[in-house]
Design a protein around this ligand. Structure first.
Ligand code: NAD
Length: 456
């Protein structure tokens, strides 16, 4: 899009926002219903696009990118009026008769930049929040999931006026031109490296940002567990979408007492669960090569089958590595699970605390006191005990990172709040005007001290 077209789009969206239409709750609810209907009507096209981009299984596509979004829309429509209610605050005597309250206001134009791994879910989920809060939106899907990007563009163009919701397709250069505009909020989902660039550009106009980033999510496996359930839950979380999930357990720390037995279980369930036909592929050659290089170190004890022509990597388990290995220096974001043996939980928590803060800390144990210790001592956006991507099923929980894994929260009411700001209002009457507040000041401090106590 040429600069003049982009300027036009932004001017038109500003005018549309100023018309006040998006502030009507009925307007917002009808837009949310439209999105829901659009997704329902084009469900099979969405599943096909995801298969073309990622070889994503229809089940994974439906659960993580369609029904998840539909549930979020339902929940938002049901609660929006309640969330949007002004909140009354205590009014001190000095402001009475009168009222103090705050109300949720949309920012204006929200820019949503999304990644390729869940190209529909991670664009529509923030879009729901932005619309619910009453914003206009420009959405930028990832160019790497090109079929999904093209479909999102076509659908939004067909269903919505671009002055209200527009989709801008393109690569990093396009994103750069968008983030250099004077828009009102940026919601970015992607890598930590690009997140830093987004924040830098946003500082030009002091645009508030939400950054949903990545990182290495540790998964600690204590010896006091149900071993079958633990193995199955970790595999599900790790290999869903071939590990290309921001909240996938990145690596596992397994207690030495159950280490061998646990690895046998992982092997057993990998054989039972996965076939090449029903397993996501790697998004592109760059990521395929990056992952292939990561598994050169250590011992591959399961998987390691690489088919470059199909961008397929089989579910892979690697041992014989430590915190200094190459695979431990970056987010894996692929179907490879490195396993490190540990002896003492306390020591591991100390080591983890020195690493960049992850999105999620996973811990498997029956021991409640150890569970509490991990919950209290980990420095992650979320903690999930005895589960992995299950954390997202509690969709009312605020979701987001901390430190290097991001800033800001969304999902459920948090999505609405993230795309709003709280406008504080004091509404006073002309009645009871206190003379003592005006100059020239004649009241001695000693008396003021006594009076002020009653005024607040
Ligand atoms: P990415 O940062 O490469 O790209 C994300 C978006 O930014 C894309 O739309 C892309 O076009 C744009 N972009 C890329 N380079 C840019 C640049 N230099 N300047 C401006 N824009 C640029 O991320 P990705 O590879 O699409 O996604 C994978 C990453 O996203 C992983 O790190 C993963 O953990 C993270 N992620 C986080 C969440 C979360 O909810 N926290 C969810 C999914 C993915």
């Amino acid at each position: 899009m040429a600069q003049s077209q982009l300027d036009n789009l932004i001017n038109n969206q500003k005018d549309f926002f100023q018309s006040g239409k998006t502030k009507s709750i009925e307007f917002r609810i009808s837009a949310l219903k439209k999105i829901s209907g659009m997704i329902e009507q084009h469900e099979s096209e969405i599943i096909t696009a995801l298969f073309k981009d990622l070889h994503k299984s229809p089940t994974e596509a439906f659960t993580s990118e369609i029904s998840y979004v539909q549930n979020e829309i339902k929940h938002t429509i049901k609660n929006l009026k309640k969330w949007n209610r002004p909140v009354k605050i205590y009014t001190p005597l000095i402001n009475r008769p009168g009222k103090s309250f705050y109300k949720y206001e949309p920012f204006g134009i929200a820019l949503i930049i999304s990644p390729w791994n869940y190209p529909f879910g991670l664009l529509f989920s923030p879009l729901i929040g932005a619309i619910a809060a009453g914003n206009c939106v420009i959405a930028k899907p990832s160019e790497m999931a090109s079929h999904s990007s093209e479909l999102i563009h076509r659908l939004i163009c067909d269903y919505f006026d671009a002055n209200y919701i527009a989709v801008q397709e393109g690569d990093a250069e396009v994103t750069q031109s968008l983030i250099n505009e004077n828009i009102d909020h940026i919601f970015f989902t992607g890598s930590t490296a690009v997140g830093k660039e987004i924040m830098k550009s946003a500082s030009n106009y002091l645009i508030p940002v939400t950054l949903e980033l990545g990182g290495k999510n540790p998964c600690i496996v204590d010896q006091d567990i149900n071993i079958d359930v633990t193995a199955k839950r970790i595999l599900w979380g790790k290999f869903f979408n071939a590990g290309q999930t921001c909240i996938a357990p990145d690596f596992a720390l397994v207690h030495e007492d159950i280490y061998d037995q646990f690895i046998n279980k992982l092997n057993h369930f990998i054989d039972q669960f996965y076939s090449e036909d029903d397993f996501s592929h790697i998004i592109n050659n760059n990521h395929f090569d990056r992952l292939s290089a990561l598994i050169e170190e250590g011992e591959i004890i399961k998987g390691g089958i690489l088919k470059p022509d199909d961008l397929y990597i089989s579910p892979t388990i690697i041992t014989d590595i430590d915190y200094n290995s190459k695979i431990m220096q970056e987010e894996i974001f692929g179907p490879v699970l490195p396993i490190i043996k540990y002896k003492n939980l306390d020591n591991e928590l100390l080591k983890l605390a020195k690493l960049p803060k992850p999105l999620v800390q996973y811990f498997f144990s029956k021991d409640k006191s150890l569970q509490d210790m991990v919950i209290n001592r980990s420095t992650s956006g979320s903690v999930c005990i005895n589960g992995t991507i299950h954390i997202l099923m509690s969709s009312g929980l605020p979701f987001g990172g901390v430190g290097a894994s991001g800033m800001g929260r969304y999902h459920g009411k948090e999505s609405f709040s993230t795309f709003s700001y709280k406008k504080s209002v004091v509404r006073k009457s002309f009645f009871a005007d206190m003379k003592a507040v005006y100059p020239p000041y004649k009241t001695p401090i000693k008396i003021l001290k006594k009076v002020i106590k009653f005024l607040y």
